[in-house]
Design a binder for this molecule. Structure first.
Ligand code: FES
Length: 153
């Protein structure tokens, strides 16, 4: 009678231990899966400072007419172009369709996105393909032998 009671008590203890082990393992698994997801989704407390002005590492005379150059505008790509008429212009290089980096096509004489064949004219206006909006224009100034690119005020 006493042996049966001890055996029953031992089985109950094992059962509780296994239940506790499964419960804590499941909790740890849920935490391990959802914590990184929550951290990824939550924006950082301090946003990246918005860049307002940059000086691309390029002299004005290095950019020939009917050519373009990608440069870094903060953490984003920008595109600086010299039109066939010799005017300097700059835009964000992020395509307004799905965010690919655009490039200048001298053979077409305008800005082109290779991802889905999007076309922008020399004013950054979307003229063909899937891009829904124009490229954001930047202000370009030449100071001595430096090109200064700024966001429009
Ligand atoms: S991302 Fe540029 S055309 Fe689709």
């Amino acid at each position: 009678m006493i042996a049966a009671k001890t055996e029953k008590s031992g089985a109950s203890t094992r059962r509780r231990f296994i239940s506790w082990l499964l419960g804590t393992s499941l909790s740890a698994l849920v935490l391990a899966v959802f914590y990184p997801v929550a951290r990824y989704i939550t924006p950082p407390a301090t946003a990246e400072p918005a860049t307002a002005t940059v000086t691309p590492p390029l002299r004005p005379d290095e950019l020939l007419p009917n050519s373009g150059q990608i440069f870094k505008f903060g953490s984003q790509p920008g595109i600086l172009i010299r039109t066939p008429a010799g005017e300097l212009r700059a835009f964000t290089a992020i395509c307004t369709h799905l965010g690919c980096t655009v490039q200048y096509r001298p053979d077409l004489g305008h800005i082109w996105c290779a991802c889905h064949n999007g076309h922008f004219d020399l004013n950054g206006i979307n003229i063909a393909g899937p891009p829904p909006r124009p490229l954001e224009p930047y202000v370009v100034n030449v100071r001595g032998d430096q090109i200064v690119v700024s966001k429009e005020a």
